[in-house]
Design a protein around this ligand. Structure first.
Ligand code: SF4
Length: 451
């Protein structure tokens, strides 16, 4: 099937993102000193749904048991807000930029907790976290917006290390990563916490809680890699919540995974400062980054975050040689403005070239937006055409099954001759017709990591 209305905006004859056009970068220099916003309208933390944990955890427990790995007793769900969680009291002070941050200070460790990286100490026992653009400045006993990192007596610790709440073996197509080792599986892990407050979050039962408020297992980074290897996974995926919130665990697990010859993929909101991002890139192979909207106003309203650091993250990932795919959820009344979507697609092509797969996905009512309708199919079709007209080579419609409206939501077409080279239904690849990463009909290189 030949794509319609497609305009070509250049072509990259390669199989990896290396060599992206640096001169096309149009964003401003990175500035991480972003003012922290009050996160209002927080509903009380609730007991996590035990059924969901069990569903996710069955594989985890089976794997761990088979592997003979000892797990500590799973903690029961809490019955209310964690008494150790102290919300931020007033806006924090701006913190120094990345270059001003030094190594973590030495001191007496807190038993059972891992000291965080990327922070500086300040007067009065405060610490300034330099991991993500929120830049939380925390007094002793306070925890950051991510609900994971906490000031203990003037030192910053993470509550998200070695205590995953979700483990599952997923098809890589579920991440979604459609141009990255198709048909392989990813050993997928998560710890509770997130540095965003997306009104539409589909994983809010783990992302909008502290790690301790969801049931946890115990798995060291080495055990993550060992289990993934034993089960034949090609990669480990850091996913479900926001992995940046448990950065140290992701980084160490990534190092262990690489040592056993597997890849690492990051499914993320992209809200991470440049210095930790570049450190992370040393172990990353692929990433799916949410580009949720293309206006600062909408990022603030929908996610309590900001757009520019996310754009910077996407560009840096490409520059560092990480395979990148981008996901945009069309939330009715929030992110379905077609003019802004056109701006987004134009920026993507200009900044990264035409070969970054773009997943434009259907919203379903969830979390704080249950009053909204599903995204209309008409809007999804229009969005796909806008992305193609902007020059994007690989545009996919996510969260929909093939139908008369959109019969080919996740089909890969050759950008040169229009041949359908990969077809998928759900997470299943039903046709794979590449020869050495190229179109069998015309020989055009199809961008991706195919082996
Ligand atoms: S990682 Fe957490 S504590 Fe650090 S700045 Fe971001 S939200 Fe705040």
């Amino acid at each position: 099937m030949v794509r319609e209305g497609k305009k070509k905006a250049g072509r990259e004859r390669r199989s990896s993102p290396k060599g992206s056009r640096d001169d096309s970068r149009d964003h401003a220099p990175v500035d991480d000193a972003i003012e922290l916003k009050e996160i209002g309208d927080e509903r009380p933390l609730q007991v996590v749904n035990r059924r969901d944990f069990v569903q996710e955890g069955i594989t985890f427990l089976a794997l761990a048991g088979l592997a003979g790995i000892s797990l500590r007793a799973l903690k029961p769900p809490t019955t209310g807000p964690d008494p150790t969680l102290h919300p931020l009291e007033g806006p924090p002070s701006p913190i120094p930029g990345d270059s001003a941050s030094g190594p973590s200070p030495a001191g007496t460790p807190v038993p059972g907790l891992q000291e965080a990286s990327f922070y500086v100490q300040a007067a009065g026992g405060k610490v300034a976290c330099d991991l993500c653009p929120h830049g939380c400045v925390l007094s002793p006993g306070q925890r950051g917006i991510c609900r994971v990192r906490e000031n203990h007596d003037g030192r910053l610790y993470t509550h998200g290390y070695g205590n995953p709440c979700s483990i599952h073996i997923d098809p890589i197509e579920k991440k979604p990563l459609l141009h990255f080792l198709p048909t392989t599986t990813a050993f997928s892990i998560a710890i509770g916490g997130c540095n965003f407050r997306c009104l539409n979050c589909q994983n809010w039962e783990i992302s909008q809680r502290t790690p301790e408020e969801v049931e946890q297992g115990e798995l060291t980074p080495a055990e993550v890699a060992e289990l993934a290897k034993r089960d034949g996974c090609a990669s480990v995926a850091y996913t479900y919540s926001e992995p940046s919130a448990w950065y140290e665990y992701m980084l160490d697990s990534g190092t262990a995974t690489r040592a056993l010859g597997m890849r690492n993929v990051w499914v993320t909101n992209g809200y991470l400062n440049q210095r930790p991002l570049k450190e992370l890139c040393k172990v990353l192979d692929g990433a799916n980054v949410d580009l949720k909207a293309f206006s600062e106003k909408m990022y603030s309203e929908l996610c309590s975050g900001t757009l520019r650091p996310v754009k910077d993250t996407i560009v840096t990932l490409r520059e560092q040689g990480v395979w990148v795919e981008v996901a945009t959820l069309l939330v009715p009344g929030y992110t379905d403005d077609m003019d802004l979507l056109r701006d987004m697609c134009t920026w993507l092509v200009k900044a990264l070239g035409p070969d970054v797969p773009h997943h434009i996905s259907r919203f379903h009512p969830d979390y704080k937006l249950t009053h909204l309708p599903w995204t209309p199919m008409k809007a999804l079709k229009e969005a796909r055409e806008i992305a193609r007209d902007a020059g994007e080579h690989y545009v996919y419609v996510g969260n929909v099954a093939p139908s008369s409206d959109i019969p080919d939501p996740e089909t890969t077409y050759c950008p040169s001759c229009g041949q359908a080279v990969i077809e998928r239904t759900g997470f299943v690849v039903t046709k794979f017709d590449l020869e050495g990463g190229s179109c069998p009909k015309c020989g055009e290189s199809i961008a991706g990591v195919w082996a």
